[in-house]
Design a binder for this molecule. Structure first.
Ligand code: C5P
Length: 350
């Protein structure tokens, strides 16, 4: 599916570069296999998935500045491609390359943080060469960087002969971010605490449910959105009931609550307008909601692209179909090209 937006004017100020789509189209899709790399060493190619929050309740503000949440996280098939190689024993640093401008490749990148964590926890000294082909937009509420960190922990563990269990990787990952642990679940997880307390649940929605992701060129900062949350304006819905009702009733508008919509929409009124316009598509979607701290809006029930998005005001929009995915025990998540009936994410920008 492809839909090209061609316009001169945009209502989205602070226009962020939307190069992910173009860069991703240039990248070949990799298989999750060990393959001989140019230098003769083995390279591990893995799909690095992202996630959405089907509902997100914020339960309380904590003294450490974080928030206790209760959320159904679901891993999805929009993701990046990563390749990993072990460097020679003489190497004193990891080498990270990335196709997307603006992505740091130093110690501040979660990929390097994950490798440092892995070495600290396992006592290994192995250094790695990592190539990251980004497709997931930044500041989107999709956990793209967190997925990269989880994929890196998985890859390092595989290449080093599995010194750690998946349970240990899950536990350790909470030390470098709140949204990483979910990628060590089966794919559908009820998460609490900062997000790092992960309970596997049977996927409450059919895996082939069509999803459409729509993200304006403006990203949102997670700490800023959490800080701007007005606790008095939250939903009062019981998250356990939301989970139970989702399985019984499907993804209705009522059940896909996100308490962070309030601060995100206060900060970016155009995002509320975008949600409302998508909702106005009527019977097309059973639900339209923001994921995480935004700014991606998720539409459930169809992945056809509404014609209004071709209007000049929506220049630079990231639009991608997606599907829920799960992971088999002992295996990593497979990307769209590795499944029988691929539904390749199509990031579309002007
Ligand atoms: O853990 P992570 O690095 O993803 O969190 C980024 C920021 O988002 C935190 O520094 C915090 O300001 C906010 N946050 C929060 N409560 C959470 C998760 C994140 O307040 N449960």
């Amino acid at each position: 599916m492809q839909h090209r937006v061609t316009a001169q004017r945009s209502c989205w100020h602070r226009v962020a570069p939307s190069r992910a789509a173009a860069a991703a189209r240039r990248q070949p899709r990799h298989q999750a296999v060990l393959a001989a790399a140019g230098g003769g060493t083995d390279a591990l190619h893995l799909f690095s998935p992202s996630k959405i929050n089907v509902f997100l309740r914020i339960m309380r503000r904590r003294e450490d500045g974080f928030h206790d949440l209760a959320s159904l996280f679901h891993v999805i098939d929009l993701g990046d491609d990563m390749s990993f190689e072990e460097l020679a024993g003489t190497a004193s640093a990891d080498v990270l390359t990335c196709n997307m401008d603006g992505v740091p490749t130093d110690d501040s990148n979660l990929v390097i943080k994950a490798l440092n964590l892995f070495r600290t926890k396992t006592g290994r000294s192995q250094r790695f060469k990592i190539d990251l082909a980004k497709r997931v937009p930044h500041g989107a509420g999709l956990g793209g960087g967190s997925g990269n960190a989880a994929t890196t922990l998985w890859a390092a563990n595989e290449l080093c002969g599995r010194p750690a269990s998946v349970e240990e990787l899950l536990l350790w990952s909470g030390e470098i971010g709140s949204d990483i642990s979910v990628f060590f679940s089966n794919g559908a997880a009820y998460c609490t605490g900062r997000g790092e307390v992960v309970e596997n649940v049977p996927p409450p929605l059919p895996l082939n449910t069509p999803l459409l992701l729509v993200k304006p060129p403006v990203g949102l900062s997670t700490p800023e959105i959490f800080k701007a949350l007005d606790l008095d304006r939250r939903s009062t819905a019981d998250p356990r009931q939301l989970l139970a009702r989702l399985a019984a009733e499907g993804a209705t508008q009522e059940l896909t609550v996100n308490d962070l919509e309030q601060p995100a929409f206060d900060r970016l009124p155009e995002l509320l307008q975008l949600k409302q316009q998508l909702q106005a598509e009527g019977s097309c979607y059973s639900s339209v909601f923001m994921t995480g701290s935004g700014s991606t809006i998720v539409c459930v029930g169809s992945d056809s692209i509404p014609s209004f998005l071709s209007d000049a005001r929506y220049t630079g929009m990231f639009v991608s179909p997606a599907r829920f995915i799960t992971r088999q025990r002992g295996e990593w998540f497979a990307g769209p090209s590795q499944k029988a009936a691929p539904q390749a994410p199509t990031a579309v920008v002007a």
